[in-house]
Design a protein around this ligand. Sequence first.
Ligand SMILES: [Zn+2]
Length: 282
Amino acid sequence: MRLVLRMRGKPWWVRRMQTCSPAVELSAEEKLRRLVNAALATPYYSRRENAARLLAASHLQELPVTTLRSVLDAITDFENPKVPAARGLFRPPFATSNCALLGKKLRLPEGVRELDSNAFGRLHLSDTRMLAAAPAVLRRICAAIEARQLALPQLCEAVVVLEGIEEGALHAGERDLLWRALGVPVFEQWLGLDGELLAWECDAHQGLHFNSDKADLEVVDDELVITSWSALRTPILRMGTGWTAEIDKLPCPCGDARPVLRQITMHKHSLGTRQAHAAAGA
Ligand SMILES: [Zn+2]
């Protein structure tokens, strides 16, 4: 059987990222200074020794990695009270007329509506064509469908998995579970702590394009370490993510030149951290 891969072309928000004039982009030094200024307003970075380190650093790599455990254990210590609670824009993989987004506070484009994560039992009452939610909510939806407590006959476009360091990512084999229960293509997205889009899956489904214009990505001791330049509400410099991945810089069939993260899995040193966090009910 010949498999024909149909590409829809890049979504509008990817085209806009590529056509944005470099002249309006901040330089690397300006991005670092802006993030440092935001960080100095947070309880964590305003402590004397942390502030001294920040002010002395001329390059990002001169700063220590902020561990995932220290972030998850006291996330409010990293919040900048001078910036209102941030809501990133939800970016569906393609235009949709009826998408339900559950359990995540994001700004919504046309055609997308927000539902409480406990309200998924009402999904069958609408003509939902696309579904977007964090992994834990999607697991509950799949369980309800497999138990024949819920049916989504109009779902025909996509399921968008909204992942993050608080929400976690899909476990091995769960993409198959989503396909089996929902029968639509899966698009994973990685959101930062301000709801900003850090990485997204394109139509080629070969991994997640990392948004290298808006965030810095390093690999330290096999762990992905990120610095999101636009997260001024929750500014964290060199945050350990608890994830590991292969980074592919070869051209993607979709035409986007941004690096692709493949095989994202939990980092071996973070297993205890995530489990302890989940056990604490966070
Ligand atoms: Zn691609």
